[in-house]
Design a protein around this ligand. Structure first.
Ligand SMILES: Nc1nc2c(ncn2[C@@H]2O[C@H](COP(=O)(O)OP(=O)(O)OP(=O)(O)O)[C@@H](O)[C@H]2O)c(=O)[nH]1
Ligand SMILES: [Mg+2]
Ligand SMILES: [Zn+2]
Length: 220
């Protein structure tokens, strides 16, 4: 009985890996860069994406794959910026699978895009374990969540290419106690290559450096 369970677990994992490989092949073939955005619920993923899309639209054409347990609220927020968005509802699952993303990549109109961003289901733990075929992961941490998060949830900070430290406006106004230097040092200790941008999707502070990084990666 135990053996059977182990085998089933292996099979599911390899199916995800197979689709992740297929997604990567499709994206490479078409020459499109792809990011997998991971964070706790409410750190500001959709707010960052909506502002980014509007601010860089003349340079980079971005499409978004939205992962949520329920609703198409986030896809509608992206569509309001006139960018294409495909909503996936996982119906309870706390991460996106590469199979789900494969279907979305075939619907999103890749030929018209430079960059695809996958907004994963809000969850700082589980999505890190499921490769989707992306070129890199972006972790978003908002200052309201506390400066101990890189130390307590190390996996995503170890794997991500970029850390967006969002809602920096709340630190500036003294609304939260968050030691920016400590959070950055902890993230760097886990991952010396991680690029860190302190941003506010609300005020626009710090966003220009993030845009430069994105434009470079999108080959523009
Ligand atoms: N003060 C402040 N609020 C922000 C900022 N960015 C986002 N918010 C607010 O934070 C809340 C959550 O933002 P979302 O963009 O929905 O966060 P999310 O990570 O996409 O959430 P899920 O998709 O549910 O995981 C909203 O009320 C935003 O207006 C910021 O830079 N500063
Ligand atoms: Mg969102
Ligand atoms: Zn999960």
């Amino acid at each position: 009985m135990t053996n059977k369970r182990v085998q089933l677990g292996r099979k599911i994992l390899s199916a995800n890996e197979e689709y992740a490989q297929e997604n990567q092949n499709l994206l490479r073939e078409k020459g499109k860069y792809c990011l997998n955005m991971i964070s706790s619920p409410g750190s500001g993923k959709t707010a960052i994406l909506a502002r980014t899309i509007s601010d860089v639209r003349d340079r980079v054409k971005i499409g978004v794959v939205e992962g949520d347990i329920q609703t198409d609220i986030d896809a509608e927020r992206i569509r309001a910026t006139n960018a294409p968005a495909i909503q996936i509802n996982t119906d309870g699952a706390c991460h996106l699978s590469a199979t789900q993303v494969n279907a979305a990549l075939h619907q999103i109109g890749l030929n018209e895009l430079d960059l695809v961003v996958i907004e994963n289901v809000g969850n700082l733990v589980c999505p890190t374990a499921f490769e989707l075929g992306e070129d890199g992961k972006v972790v978003v941490l908002s200052v309201a969540e506390g400066d101990d998060k890189p130390a307590k949830y190390p996996a995503i900070f170890s794997k991500a290419k970029v850390l967006l430290l969002n809602k920096i406006d709340l630190v500036n106004m003294g609304a939260v106690d968050f030691d920016v230097d400590k959070a950055m040092a902890d993230a760097k200790r886990l991952n010396k290559d991680i690029e860190i941008f302190c941003i506010s999707a609300k005020t626009g502070e710090g966003m220009a450096d993030w845009y430069d990084w994105l434009i470079r990666k999108a080959g523009k």
